[in-house]
Design a protein around this ligand. Structure first.
Ligand SMILES: Nc1ncnc2c1ncn2[C@@H]1O[C@H](COP(=O)(O)OP(=O)(O)OP(=O)(O)O)[C@@H](O)[C@H]1O
Length: 254
């Protein structure tokens, strides 16, 4: 299958520190990839380079075969590369329905036409309602974000990302900070993502990684030290040493 995302020899330094060291990965439609590694390994920097929030010193990013290295973040979103919206970027005074509606209008290049015509408005609201329903947020769609629980805000991030109809979705610790009682709902939302969507998730929670990912990439000091199956990752000596140690020894994985 031809890749939807290709990252080729990506390199980035901050001062004298090489944070992304000739990193290459390729993802196909339907991939479920977890990106793991110790704190400071360069995971967030890598995602920022892929999304266009940072410029690399060298290397290329390709989406569906098109080189987008010199295209900004908004242009990459239009081409189907979407990163989950961060809770910190949600507008506390706005409702989930308004967030999702704005994302749909942005996707369709209609942000100036929110109150265009009645039929278009009805279609928009139907799509908003459907999407929020899928994520279990329908009953909250007209509440302010400030009034809904943190776990629900994280679900709203996923809803906003999905409203943009991505081909590649990058998720940064989607369940971080969510109380244990609400993580099952987030895991369900991840399990329900469209089968043909390529998903790359940064995650520290190894139980979630092993339930979600069919492929694991390990970054350490800006270099990929492993790219393979979840079962193999626990057996890899370098990964155990750099990161997994106690988890693998506790043999949580079959
Ligand atoms: N804008 C910046 N300027 C200078 N150094 C930076 C900058 N951004 C990140 N770094 C450094 O780059 C290294 C990698 O950081 P990054 O946040 O990408 O790691 P990470 O793997 O995402 O870590 P964590 O798991 O803690 O989020 C760290 O040493 C960090 O201090």
């Amino acid at each position: 299958m031809s890749p939807v995302l290709e990252v080729v020899d990506l390199r980035k330094s901050f001062g004298g520190l090489v944070v992304t060291n000739d990193v290459s990965i390729s993802m196909a439609a339907g991939d479920r990839v977890a990106l793991i590694g110790p704190n400071g390994a360069g995971k967030t920097t890598f995602v920022n380079l892929v999304t266009g929030n940072l410029s690399p010193d060298a290397g290329d990013v390709r989406l569906g075969g098109e080189t987008v290295t010199r295209i900004g973040a908004a242009g990459r979103v239009r081409r189907g590369l979407v990163r989950s919206f961060q809770v910190t970027r949600l507008f506390q005074e706005m409702t989930p329905a308004e967030h999702v509606a704005l994302a749909i209008l942005q996707r369709d290049g209609r942000t100036g036409q929110m109150f265009g015509n009645f039929l278009a408005m009805a279609d928009l609201m139907a799509e908003v309602t459907d999407l929020l329903d899928t994520l279990g947020l329908r009953d909250l769609m007209c509440r302010r974000v400030s009034e809904i629980a943190y776990g629900q805000q994280r679900l709203l991030e996923i809803a906003v990302a999905m409203a943009l109809k991505p081909k590649v979705l990058l998720l940064d610790e989607p369940a971080a900070g969510v109380p244990q009682s609400d993580t099952a709902r987030i895991e369900q939302a991840l399990a329900d993502l469209p089968a043909d969507l390529a998903v790359l998730m940064i995650e520290h929670d190894m139980d979630l990684v092993f339930r979600f990912a069919r492929r694991v990439i390990v970054l350490a000091a800006g270099t990929i030290i492993f790219d393979g199956s979840p079962v193999e990752v626990t057996k890899d000596a370098r990964v155990r040493e750099a990161y997994l140690g106690s988890y693998a020894n506790a043999s949580h994985v079959a």
